[in-house]
Write a protein that binds this ligand. Sequence first.
Ligand code: SF4
Ligand code: SF4
Length: 364
Amino acid sequence: MKLIEPDINFIEKLSKDSGAPLKQCMQCGTCSVICKLSPEENPFPRKEMIWAGWGLKNKLLGDPDIWLCHQCGDCTTYCPRGVKPGDVLSSLRFMSYLHYSKPKFLTSFLSKFQNLPFVIFIPIIIIFTIIYFSTDFQIPSGEINYSKFFPHKQLNISFSILVLLTLVGITISIKSFWKDLKKNMPPKETKNKIFKSFVSAFMEILSHKKFKKCDNNNYRYSAHLMVFYGFITLLFVTFFAILSVLFFEYPLSFFNPIKIAGNLAAISLLTGLSIMILKRFINKELAGNSTYFDWIFLISIYLLVITGVLVEIARLDIWKFAYHIYFVHLVLVWMVIIYLPYTKFGHMIYRITALTYCKFIERG
Ligand code: SF4
Ligand code: SF4
């Protein structure tokens, strides 16, 4: 006999976050049948729905299946009891970030709207201090050249140190997440190697083939693809821009390959994000529950790209606020990249870990 110890607070929180009447699930299994991503053996999300109703918090937060869901909303559309299983899985993924991210308080801090002023204020203070102590703090006159005012070397070194600390946090989070995945879905005998499983999971993410499988919400495939590739390109561009301080003179020419890649990434991101945001307004039900956590992700990256474009245009000497715009852009770069694992961006890290694990244990 197995004793079930329900976590009542967890049930209440999950119901509130997802807006789902968990107790109304009658375990008909329609959601698992309708889901095109659910494996035949031990399918989701029916089993997650009963665990949710029972308040089995640890089982759910370390469940690899919640990461196999791509939030297409098909199951929510067809659930005969209006229990919104797609939204429940989405809220569980959010709870999973909160549970595994290290340091834990950061995700919880970043997920609350009332903390937004501090979230913005922290990079402002750091960047302001670096500029203040490295320059004479005078906006230069004449032709716009950002490196005349912004001490790129000092900024890049501090940024790199913070990125390294973030990577340490990510490694610790993944380790603890992996341990729980193993506990919740123990591996059978497997011939797969972890590295090979990682490569296979990575290729699957690159191709976005799972997104294509959901027909009800297929705009998400193209929108997510544009945002994904745009964002990855921007990460590389930022990395090379930091290194370029050592090899090139600022400002980089408009025809520098780094610039061209950055501009293409900006177009891709703006298009993808615009589709995502519009769809969230046009069809709220299909887009699922939109929380502050989702919006801050979409808005911060949108502003990051827009200020990036403005910084480039302002270089043509047409605005006297060029240096101010550059400052705002820098703050946004720091916010997006350094807070990355503690915001919705973190889903990239947890999804690839869970997918790797599923490939490793040969989950269908
Ligand atoms: S969530 Fe809905 S579709 Fe899924 S088992 Fe429960 S009642 Fe059926
Ligand atoms: S939201 Fe889509 S992918 Fe996720 S469980 Fe439901 S049907 Fe499957």
